[in-house]
Design a protein around this ligand. Structure first.
Ligand SMILES: Nc1ncnc2c1ncn2[C@@H]1O[C@H](COP(=O)(O)OP(=O)(O)OP(=O)(O)O)[C@@H](O)[C@H]1O
Ligand SMILES: [Mg+2]
Length: 279
């Protein structure tokens, strides 16, 4: 996303600060240059502070929605409103600086963990960053880094595990304090220890930003206020986890084939089964 060409149409350069974080899609049509319509007459209203998780099979349009909000692509019809303002009328740099984005492959540059976190907010002091770092799992994740915050991450973060890179990119958002948080979650699973710390960081961000979560982890889905089930660019179901499970539709099916395997009850039951089989 960072390298994407900027082909969007701007109609004005309004600076709105701070953004409250309401995001509205109104009858939006969108297709990429090549290919069929991805969104057709798509409408959705996300309230300031709301945490919305998108789920759906591959190609459903989840990342596309995030790319329209981040203004990496121009839509063809309808309107996208941010705090009630036409998204095309907002100053692009100022608007983007209110977005905290964690892509599927977190981007780290050569330097220390500290440099990479501070990238979210150049004004952040060492004391602030330390405090935030220590608030995640009581700072235990720092102990697995040879020099703590001063550890060199290597070329593109290559010396860190994927889970550690995810944590650094979440901490970057925590010091940034954006109005809108956009998470395109990685599918790769981490060890339970790293998972718990990632969950800590995500929850801190959810508590204070409007959040657009492209969710692959069960815990992220469950912490959303509203789950939107997408299929071929259409919203086919919406509600919270319990409501959607009770209605026994597409989400319940997705849960049973995909998310259920991550639940601790499932993991423990299969562990017991293995133990029993071995005995
Ligand atoms: N850059 C692109 N150019 C052309 N078509 C694209 C592009 N990116 C995505 N598409 C198409 O748009 C549709 C929606 O893709 P999108 O990436 O939004 O799906 P997704 O729900 O995020 O899937 P996944 O779970 O695999 O990430 C798909 O049919 C895809 O092939
Ligand atoms: Mg995607």
């Amino acid at each position: 996303m960072i390298d994407a060409d900027n082909e969007v149409v701007q109609t004005d350069s309004a600076i709105i600060r701070p953004l409250r974080g309401r995001v509205q899609f109104e009858h939006v049509d969108f297709q990429y240059d090549s290919g069929d319509a991805v969104l057709r007459d798509f409408s959705l209203d996300i309230q300031p502070g709301e945490n919305v998780a998108f789920v759906g099979h591959t190609g459903a349009g989840k990342s596309t929605i995030a790319k329209l909000i981040t203004r990496y692509y121009e839509f063809q019809k309808g309107e996208i409103l941010i705090d009630g303002h036409d998204i095309r009328s907002l100053n692009l740099n100022s608007y983007r600086s209110s977005l905290g984005i964690v892509p599927q492959q977190p981007f780290l540059f050569s330097g220390t963990v500290l440099d990479n976190i501070r990238y979210g907010n150049q004004q952040a002091t060492l004391a602030e960053i330390n405090e935030i770092a220590l608030s995640i799992g009581q700072g235990e994740w720092l102990e697995s880094l040879p020099e703590g915050l001063n550890t060199d991450v290597g070329e593109r973060g290559g010396r860190l595990s994927l889970g550690q890179r995810q944590l650094v990119s979440l901490l970057r958002v925590l010091v940034q304090k954006p109005s809108i948080f956009i998470l395109d979650e990685a599918t790769a699973s981490n060890d339970p220890f790293t998972e718990a710390q990632i969950q800590d960081a995500i929850e801190l961000i959810l508590a204070r930003s409007t959040s657009i979560l492209i969710a692959h982890r069960l815990s992220t889905v469950r912490s959303a206020d509203r789950i939107i089930v997408l299929k071929e660019g259409q919203i086919i179901e919406a509600g919270n986890h319990d409501q959607l499970m009770a209605s026994g539709g597409h989400y319940a099916e997705l849960y049973n084939t995909y998310f259920r395997h991550q639940s601790s009850a499932y993991v423990e039951a299969s562990r017991d089964m293995f133990a029993a089989a071995g005995a």
